[in-house]
Design a protein around this ligand. Structure first.
Ligand SMILES: Cc1cc2nc3c(=O)[nH]c(=O)nc-3n(C[C@H](O)[C@H](O)[C@H](O)COP(=O)(O)O)c2cc1C
Length: 224
């Protein structure tokens, strides 16, 4: 039941709490990206938004082979962490994608995971709130941030923003703890995201989702 001002608990249906799924692309379970995501989770807790963190960095995740079988099956032919995550993404009201920077880009395991997750899942992502979080030692954060945001903007997912680009700096979690502005950026991001989830939940109940047209599919050179 949703009949609330925006600063209280939001329920979908009778009992279910709004929820954010957080993906950590790093193989370091207690590393820099994890530290940034932890800061966000503490805000989600205080905002009474449920959260679940999935670590994919240590998994063997192959890339998409463009077989198109997901269109028939509604899931990826490679039955791994991607298919395990899909139902959780379907249920989530928001998705946070965290990545360490590897050679100026999000890490490879994460990109393989995201290509397959977004391409193989048939459910609507419309108005699930997205946020990308990146961590580097020296450089490459903003380029990686741009790459991750593209998964959201092709999926009609509004992006939550903060008081800086969503980044921390460090080689270890201890370094990130000293990046006070980075952690502040994470807290503001999580608060903005929580507000968006609550506001969209209220608006969806009241007005429904906006229409999405999908008829046009441009195929050059004849435009058909
Ligand atoms: C293969 C590899 C490539 C990296 N490339 C960069 C880079 O381009 N720029 C940078 O500043 N740090 C780079 N780093 C360092 C990590 O991005 C940085 O330490 C990050 O904060 C680690 O996050 P994590 O602890 O969550 O894994 C690289 C690390 C690895 C292992």
């Amino acid at each position: 039941m949703i009949n609330h001002p925006l600063n209280i608990k939001v329920y979908k249906g009778e009992y279910e709490m709004s929820k954010v799924l957080l993906i950590n692309g790093s193989p370091n379970l207690n590393g820099c990206t994890a530290e940034a995501l932890k800061e966000m989770i503490s805000v989600f807790d205080s905002e009474e938004i449920g959260s679940e963190l999935i670590n994919i960095g240590g998994k063997s995740v192959r890339g998409c082979i463009s077989c198109g079988k997901c269109e028939e099956k509604g899931k990826c032919v490679f039955d791994d962490i991607v298919n395990e995550t899909a139902p959780k993404f379907k249920e989530a009201d928001g998705l946070v994608i965290g990545s360490p920077v590897y050679y100026g880009s999000p890490n490879g395991t994460l990109l393989s995971f995201l290509d397959r997750l977004f391409y193989s899942t048939p459910f609507s992502k419309h108005f699930k709130v997205g946020a990308a979080v990146v961590s580097c030692r020296r450089g490459g954060n903003s380029a990686s941030f741009d790459v991750l945001n593209k998964y959201f903007t092709i999926s009609s997912m509004p992006i939550a923003s903060s008081t800086y680009w969503n980044q921390v700096h460090g080689f270890t979690a201890e370094d990130v703890k000293k990046d006070l502005e980075g952690l502040q950026t994470m807290r503001n991001l999580a608060r903005n995201m929580a507000f968006m989830i609550k506001a969209f939940s209220y608006a969806k109940e009241k007005y429904g989702l906006p229409e999405l047209e999908r008829k046009a599919f441009t195929s050059f050179p004849d435009g058909k």
